[in-house]
Design a protein around this ligand. Structure first.
Ligand code: ADP
Length: 485
């Protein structure tokens, strides 16, 4: 199958190391989740290729970090402009390998480009400090320096934005990067490599090692053990994040982790219900529920419970399920069979333990990994869908009575990424915002992602923050120089 790209050169299947596309005999299959068709056979990298990429990043580091920040910013601006210019092709590649509707893919590509623009703007503003010395004849300085060679491992749910959120600050600060994209979605990463070449990112500054699912642990082992790699930035599951954190301990790398969530979405009696419904649809069904900040537990207070359920059902009925390339479609397939099975098992578990199915509940008529948008009531704490991330288009409603009960339920999880709530009482808005143990809180909104605000989690949802002025900090060392004269 060939994709109808305006610029066919953006379709690449080889790894990108040291400024060159590098082929391999072994290939990994990439499929369109909407059809199951093979769309590409990409290079499989192993230990050798990963070491080669680290070497290239290490060789490129001295010249790249020595450039004035403004020059690095110029390159990032160029790359962002190229992404904008090719937004339609990049969106088609993204939808073909990931499944989300084209409109969402276009939105993601623009969001991805915005990280490059943001960090291009931050690059010349990474300031140091001079500290008043307690003794005369000395100057105490703090100078920011790039961490060095960095590694990034990214997931399939946002194949473009999860890369640039790391690539932007890495390149802005003068680091070089070896990226391992998710095995299901390497095409967006490789297209970005093509554009990086055109934008003037020097060879070795950005490298992409691709592979099959079985290669991930091999590539990961090299990235986390090689002493030349000074930092790992990972977005993915909590389980793999913990493993990588352990692996990085042997060489004490800096580690940034953006892991799984279990977002509560709380609707209080005094909420603006139509806004709450709008927010719930975004927080639950965007990307078919496959986001780490997806509303996973919808907690609704007694007084508005029934009204909320019937209004949510009406909105769910409006979703148009189908291949993401069809313009009318608002919800695509799930990425893969494993994910589909997990979603189905969560619904089964809830129903077998007393939840009531309002709509949906299983495989969609379209077959494959298409899942029906689903609504359940009577979901209780302790069911699988309350304790684990469902990562699918299933809204499970839990009824609650008091504010205290809602906060206790919301915080009773090891995760702490995003939380949402709807209320109009100003005292309650302040109390609940401050009581939720989450890195990000949407108060009367179901959408918190933006380049300009810090994205990240508390507890087992991660370490560090991405985006915003805070996102630069993880990519620099603050060196202290005591100067006596
Ligand atoms: P998801 O459930 O979203 O697929 P994963 O954590 O499995 O989340 O995958 C996120 C990224 O981590 C992907 O790029 C995947 O290939 C990679 N990955 C999975 N297992 C390992 C591992 N053992 N070592 C390094 N990377 C891994």
């Amino acid at each position: 199958m060939t994709l109808a790209l305006r610029d066919p050169d953006l379709f690449r299947v080889d790894a990108y190391i040291g400024g060159e596309f590098v082929s391999s005999i072994l290939r990994a299959t990439v499929r369109d989740p909407a059809t199951g068709d093979v769309i590409a056979e990409v290079a499989r990298c192993g230990k050798f290729e990963t070491r080669h990429a680290i070497e290239a990043a290490d060789d490129a580091l001295p010249a790249w970090r020595a450039l004035p920040a403004r020059k690095r910013a110029d390159v990032l601006h160029k790359l962002a402009a190229l992404m904008e210019e090719h937004v339609d092709d990049l969106a088609l590649l993204l939808t073909s390998e990931q499944g989300k509707p084209l409109a969402e893919s276009r939105g993601e590509v623009r969001y991805a480009a915005s990280f490059l623009t943001w960090f291009a703007e931050e690059a010349p503003r990474v300031y140091g400090d001079t500290i008043p010395s307690p003794v005369s004849g000395t100057r105490l300085m703090v100078i920011p320096q790039p961490v060095g060679v960095c590694a990034a491992i990214t997931p399939w749910n946002f194949p473009s934005a999860m890369i640039t959120r790391k690539l932007g600050p890495a390149l802005a600060t003068g680091c070089t990067l070896v990226l391992k994209p998710a095995e299901a979605t390497p095409l967006s990463a490789l297209a970005l490599a093509v554009l990086s070449q055109r934008a003037g990112v020097p060879p070795g500054v950005f490298n992409v090692v691709t592979g099959a699912a079985n290669d991930a642990s091999v590539i990961g082992a090299v990235l986390t053990s090689d002493p030349r790699v000074r930092k790992l930035s990972f977005t993915g599951s909590t389980e793999v994040g913990k493993l990588l954190l352990r692996q990085c301990a042997s060489t004490v790398k800096k580690v940034s982790l953006e892991l799984g969530g279990n977002a509560p979405f709380i609707v209080f009696d005094d909420a603006d219900l139509s806004e709450a419904i709008r927010g719930a649809m975004t927080a639950k069904f965007r990307n078919a529920g496959q986001t780490c900040i997806a509303a996973n537990r919808i907690l609704v207070q007694d007084g508005v419970h029934d009204e909320f359920v019937s209004a949510l059902r009406a909105e769910i009925d409006k979703l148009v399920v189908g291949p993401g390339t069809e313009p009318s479609v608002t919800m695509g397939p799930l990425l893969e069979r494993n994910g589909f099975d997990k979603v189905a098992s969560h619904v089964e578990d809830a129903c077998s333990r007393g939840a009531e199915l309002i709509v949906g509940g299983g495989a969609h008529d379209l077959g494959g990994t298409f899942f029906q948008p689903t609504l359940l009531t009577g979901v209780r704490h302790g069911m699988l869908m309350s304790s684990e991330e469902t990562f699918g288009p299933v809204a499970g409603i839990t009824r609650f009575t008091s504010e205290e009960e809602a906060i206790t339920l919301a915080n009773d999880t090891p995760a702490g990424l995003a939380a949402y709530f709807y209320a109009r009482d100003v005292g309650r808005v302040v109390r609940v915002s401050e009581a939720l143990d989450y890195g990000m809180v949407g108060a009367n909104t179901g959408f918190v992602s933006t380049t300009v605000a810090p994205f990240g989690g508390m507890k087992e949802s991660g370490l560090g923050r991405e985006g915003s002025k805070f996102g630069i900090e993880d990519w620099i060392e603050r060196k202290y120089v005591a100067l006596a004269f």
